[in-house]
Design a protein around this ligand. Structure first.
Ligand code: ADP
Length: 486
């Protein structure tokens, strides 16, 4: 691996793919690939292009390591995770610079992501010590019923580019805490963050083979080896609904456990009785984090008609003040989009809405190569592309509504069910919406909902399973029960 990082970043002193605890500097195919900074196009690093043979090797090593790792104690695993948490905090700045260089987000957001990412190591260090079984009263005097928990086993983890540290730790930390070994395939766009996390875990004392990181351009080749190997007992994935569905289908042959964090189409609902200033601030957080490239990004901003004008102006004022640029530069609020396809999609959503009669309030243009202006459109209806597809960009689309029943039906009128946000001062309405909205994550007068303690996950086509919270470790545990005659 050749690194062109602009300073001596501790977590990535080492070289190559990370397989069985070793750094592998050459791929079996002899090919390599470039990692680029989306803001400038500059090459940040060149990595060996791993594929099927590297994945097979990583699985072999994971299967071997599983025998011992799976029988270690929870407190032992907790100590390693806690040590990795401390190391990640120590190296937060270096890690954040890697994130910004390969992913583009402003440095302040990258530092926040590293903090969020490391919090999973801390949280699941705690959970590793709380893997409880239980006893159940039997119906016969000479019987005892015991429930015990064991690790699922070798886990294949596939992660996306938008949160290249946090999406890794959100999977790897609970898997390791439960006693599972992991073969991780990070996004080919952002592999360096994942390698850096692996480097810190190694330094924290993680035994060889317990975690491997296979990076490469041919995602399907790597994924297929994981899916077709019956010894891999679990697939955990964050990414598009399209790829997620194909992984679920292919997991069926060896009946793997699956956890899926897939796409979203988040409604952000503002009632006329809301604190509009708080709602506008909340929208900025829920919309503009990572330049809108988040699966829980507010995509449809439903505003009660009585306050539609006022609220639209408030968000346009706020979004108009944001400074767009290279995430490494000081005083930048909004970074680039990940690639040209992402820019095309935002542009398509804006054009479609305006062609069908929506009003352009702010922005609407590309700025230089990789950047898009923060954009606000009003008078959007449910038929427009922006109301049907995940935009994944800095576009706020305002849709007016008149009644609670109407907005609930329209918010639910999507195949997705990941996050929803609503702002109101009416506590009765909050409880009605909580039950009626078909979304797994709900921000109530709150635009920032990502924390390690809470179960994150979606309904409907947004996924299966939960990450974070006490639910997060359940995904990596099997249940056995013993019927004991005494
Ligand atoms: P996004 O649209 O966010 O890039 P993807 O679903 O395309 O989402 O990618 C998420 C992750 O899934 C990435 O690591 C990517 O390389 C990987 N991936 C894409 N296609 C496949 C596949 N066929 N099998 C396994 N992994 C895949």
């Amino acid at each position: 691996m050749t690194l062109f990082l602009d300073h001596d970043v501790h977590p990535l002193r080492e070289n190559g793919l990370f397989i069985g605890g070793e750094w592998i500097a050459r791929s079996v195919s002899g090919r390599s690939f470039d990692v680029r900074n989306p803001a400038t196009g500059a090459v940040v690093a060149t990595l060996p292009d791993g594929g099927a043979p590297e994945t097979e090797e990583a699985i072999e090593r994971a299967v071997e390591a599983q025998r011992s790792w799976g029988t270690t104690t929870g407190p032992y695993r907790a100590r390693i995770l806690e040590r990795a948490f401390e190391l990640m905090e120590e190296h937060a700045d270096g890690l954040a610079r890697i994130v910004t260089q390969e992913q583009g987000k402003p440095l302040a957001e990258a530092i926040a992501e590293v903090g969020y990412g490391s919090s999973f190591l801390h949280w699941f260090a705690g959970e590793a010590e709380r893997i409880y079984g239980r006893t159940v009263p039997a119906s016969q005097e000479n019987k005892r019923i015991l429930v015990i928990r064991n690790p699922v086993g070798v886990t294949g983890a596939i992660t996306p580019w938008n949160f290249p540290v946090a999406m890794v730790t959100r999977k790897v930390a609970p898997a390791l805490a439960a006693g599972c070994t992991v073969v991780l395939k990070p996004s080919e766009l952002t592999p360096l963050s994942a390698l850096a996390v692996a480097s810190l875990l190694k330094e924290a004392g993680l035994p060889n083979g317990v975690l491997s990181v296979v990076c490469g351009l041919d995602a399907a080749a790597i994924g297929d080896v994981m899916l077709d190997d019956g010894r891999v007992r679990k697939i955990t994935f964050t990414g598009s609904t399209r790829v997620g569905k194909s992984l679920i289908r292919r997991s069926a042959d060896s009946v793997k456990r699956v956890s899926m964090e897939l796409g979203g189409q988040a409604p952000f609902i503002v009632f006329a009785d809301a604190d509009l200033e708080a709602a506008a601030d909340g929208l900025l957080a829920a919309k503009m984090r990572n330049t809108g490239q988040s699966c829980i990004a507010a995509n449809r901003v439903f505003v009660e008609r009585a306050v539609e004008r006022e609220f639209t102006r408030m968000i346009a004022d706020r979004m108009g003040r944001l400074r767009v640029g290279n995430g490494l530069d000081d005083a930048v609020d909004v970074g680039p989009l990940i690639n040209a396809a992402a820019l095309d999609k935002v542009e398509r959503h804006v054009r479609d809405a305006v062609d069908r009669g929506a009003e352009l309030v702010l922005g609407s243009s590309r700025l230089r190569e990789a950047f898009f202006e923060p954009t606000v459109i009003a008078g959007v209806d449910d038929g427009m592309l922006v109301a049907r597809e995940e935009t994944f960009g800095p576009l706020a689309a305002v849709l007016p509504f008149d009644t609670e029943d109407e907005v609930v039906a329209r918010a639910n009128g999507t195949e997705y069910g990941l996050a929803a946000y609503y702002y109101t001062r009416d506590v009765g309405r909050v409880m009605r919406l909580a039950d009626r909205l078909e979304f797994g994550i709900q921000g109530v007068n709150d635009g920032f909902v990502s924390v390690a303690q809470a179960p994150f996950g979606g309904l409907k086509h947004s996924g299966l399973g939960r990450e974070g919270g006490s639910e997060g470790i359940e995904e990596f545990l099997e249940t056995k029960y013993l019927s004991l005659a005494v």
